[in-house]
Ligand binder design. Structure first.
Ligand code: PGA
Length: 267
């Protein structure tokens, strides 16, 4: 079963690096040189690197054959081919050897006006292209201040996963990323995050059944660092992290990956 440890039956922690618009091909090579110099083998967790489109190919070659490490893209278009200048389809990503794709990141929703409808179309296309979507949901600061966080996140979630099949849900990862915490140094407290994660799992259960909800990985994102990852991971419904800024240095991302034994990584 995808994402479940066959021996313990627990969800496998998932740590994803969202490099955003950072790291050229040369930077990518240097990054992985450092990363693999420092890294013991990756076991008992799943690590995903999401470089920009232009570095996907070199990242794919550099991580090839490395256990526990997977390749993800940051975005896709919702059609497989056609006259869509500047876009990149799920089919093309799959062809390149990409396994995961981030869908509905708040920077896409904000800067590029991606609506819940567009996010749902992208999710559909990712699944149709046999990719594993990492669906991002999260409230803005104003929404949190007005006490409507759960309502807003639930709506984003339902509009994305309301019409997918159980099989599709099994392949989908959810990332809860409060918009006010992304790149700001402000993190949701473990309690704040846990409350939303619990609601997300319950919503998945309502839509797709309890056993699928129990298998679904729900990761947290928003200013995750080596210092706050441990307390976030102590919450039962937090299954990992989507990491932006702190994933750009191999040392800090490795400390996040090995959150349960940070002393193994020096630097
Ligand atoms: P951050 O970004 O870790 O830099 O806050 C997270 C994200 O946007 O996925």
């Amino acid at each position: 079963m995808q994402g479940i440890d066959e021996v313990t039956g627990n969800r496998i922690p998932l740590l994803a690096a969202n490099w955003k618009m950072n790291n050229t091909i040369t930077d990518t090579r240097l990054y992985f040189e450092d990363f693999f110099k420092l890294s013991p083998s990756i076991e008992g967790r799943e690590v995903i690197f999401c470089p920009p489109f232009t570095s996907l190919q070199s990242a794919r070659m550099l991580i090839s054959g490395k256990r526990g490490i997977h390749l993800g893209a940051q975005n896709l278009f919702w059609k497989e081919s056609g006259a869509y200048t500047g876009e990149c389809s799920g089919l093309m990503l799959k062809d390149l050897g990409v396994e995961y794709v981030i869908v509905g990141h708040s920077e896409r929703r904000g800067h590029f006006r991606e609506t819940n409808r567009i996010v749902a179309d992208k999710l559909r296309s990712a699944l149709d292209c046999d990719l594993r979507p990492i669906l991002c949901v999260g409230e803005k600061e104003k929404t949190r201040r007005s006490g409507k966080t759960l309502q807003a996140v639930k709506r984003q979630l339902k509009e994305a996963i309301g019409n997918i099949s159980q099989e599709d849900m099994r392949r989908t990862v959810i990332a809860y990323e409060p918009v006010w915490a992304i790149g700001t140094g402000l993190t949701a407290t473990p309690k704040q995050a846990a409350e939303v994660h619990m609601m997300i799992r319950q919503t998945v259960a309502d839509l797709h059944g309890g056993s699928i909800a129990a298998e679904t990985r729900i990761v947290y994102g928003g200013s995750v660092t080596p210092d706050n990852i441990v307390s976030l991971m102590e919450e039962g419904d937090i299954d990992g992290a989507l990491v932006g800024g702190a994933s750009l240095k191999p040392t800090s991302f490795l400390r996040i990956i090995f959150y349960d034994s940070q002393k193994m990584i020096s630097g």
